[in-house]
Design a protein around this ligand. Structure first.
Ligand code: NZQ
Ligand code: ZN
Length: 392
């Protein structure tokens, strides 16, 4: 096993009606003014925003609001939020929504708490030194941003999507009521389940060692997500299945499933972020479209893990060579994606990059990664291009 640091400062309030505690949760932060930040309309349509405001009013919280965080949240709105928050003296941000609203809130938090252009942190030119405290009311189980150290923003010009990682942006609290996710379109539920699964897979497929306790947690989490994603594809109002995937979403990306196993791969994420930036696709669907091609490209370099995954997670019979079993595990994972209506190629995702665009995607991916990426297998620009081509 490898040394590790595990840091999860987020207080989790989980279960039915918990959003009504938001006023008290914010009050405990002793802040002067709150920026209430959300997406493009679902929180209004569902009545959640009104309930949040009522709770804030009852707790006598002073707040202003800014909606409009789109999926693949844009830098332009972040700039707008920073200006507004500075002008109004905001010292706490409450994000109500999914990864996009939360990530946008985190970026605004960086922009207010640091001098200079906030994009520098996403462009890896500088490291943030502070962030405004962030609270979350989660409406979709997916990214784990409610507990993660990550924020992913897309620069409007050129569609450049980049992440910034720092413990500074980990939310101080996350309110999670699985019932709030029942208004999601089925496609978004499946995208979320795919992302949750992938956050653990990105940590599991490593060639840098392992730790049995972490592997067992990871395998349990992956089995749970697969089982409950299938249940939700048929029965979207199933509360218990909603709750299972919601908690899995947080645990899958708060660091737990990577403790001691020596290295994140995150190559599929790196590849997806580029198609998300260029073609504005849903993150989870983009991951499903690329994963199989990535897996077939790298599995021989990480055979023990692919073999173990096939047996312990995808229930492949231990009958044949390790390579055959590993490949069956990959096939069964793609079958699962299809079962929950996720794409397994870029054409199924609805995008058809030209040769020039494929080269540009690989180039951007390698630049974002600082030249190379991966732990199952280290990928360089030529490898990235080969995987994009396989995923057409
Ligand atoms: O904008 P609204 O109207 O709220 O609609 C959203 C959006 O269209 C809708 N939605 C959310 N909750 C709903 C709902 N509709 C009905 N009922 C509800 N309860 O669903 C759509 C997707 O929402 P979004 O917030 O974009 O989804 P997600 O949570 O998947 O976030 C995706 C973004 O997070 C990034 C992704 O790259 C992408 O930009 N990621 C962030 C990470 C992190 N911060 O740790 C890690 C991830 O790997 C990922 O990269
Ligand atoms: Zn993700």
């Amino acid at each position: 096993m490898n040394n590790f640091t595990y840091y999860t400062p987020t207080k989790v309030i989980f279960g039915k009606d918990t959003e009504n505690q938001v006023g008290d949760m914010v009050k405990a932060q002793m802040c002067k003014k709150v920026l209430l930040h959300y997406g493009t309309g679902s929180v209004k349509r569902t009545g959640l925003l009104d309930r949040i405001k009522k709770s804030l009013d009852e707790a006598k919280i002073n707040y202003i609001e800014l909606g409009g965080a789109v999926p693949n949240p844009r830098l332009s709105l972040v700039y707008k939020g920073i200006e507004l928050a500075k002008k109004e003296g905001v010292d706490f941000i409450l994000a109500v929504g999914g990864g996009s609203a939360i990530d946008s809130a985190k970026a605004i938090g960086y922009g207010v708490a640091n001098e200079g252009d906030v994009w520098d942190f996403y462009d890896r030119k500088r490291t943030p030194q502070a962030c405004l405290p962030i609270g979350v009311v989660l409406t979709i189980a997916a990214t784990g941003s409610e507990m993660s150290d990550s924020s992913v923003i897309t620069k409007d010009e050129g569609g450049i999507k980049r992440g910034c990682n720092s413990d500074l942006c980990r939310p101080v609290f996350a309110i999670m009521n699985p019932e709030l996710t029942m208004t999601l379109p089925d496609y978004q539920t499946s995208c979320g389940c795919t992302d949750i699964l992938m956050h653990t897979m990105e940590r599991y497929f490593t060639s840098k060692g392992n730790m049995e306790i972490t592997d067992s947690i990871a395998e349990g989490l992956m089995r749970t997500v697969i089982l409950n994603a299938k249940i939700l594809a048929k029965d979207p109002k199933n509360y218990d299945a909603r709750a299972e995937v919601m908690w899995a979403g947080s645990l899958s990306h708060n660091g737990l499933t990577g403790c001691g196993n020596g290295g994140n791969d995150f190559a599929t994420h790196g590849l997806e972020h580029e198609i998300g930036g260029m073609f504005d696709v849903a993150h989870g669907a983009g991951l499903a479209a690329l994963w199989g091609s990535w897996a077939r490209y790298v599995y021989k370099d990480c055979l023990p893990r692919f073999y173990r995954f096939a047996i312990k997670v995808m229930n492949v019979l231990d009958n044949g060579s390790k390579e055959e079993i590993a490949l069956k595990g990959i096939e069964k994972t793609e079958e699962f994606f299809r079962e929950i209506n996720m794409p397994t190629s870029m054409s199924e995702l609805g995008i058809h990059p030209t040769d020039e665009q494929l080269k540009e995607l690989a180039h951007r991916c390698s630049i974002a990664a600082g030249g190379s990426k991966g732990s199952a297998k280290v990928l360089h620009e030529a490898d990235m291009l080969a995987i994009y081509k396989m995923a057409l």
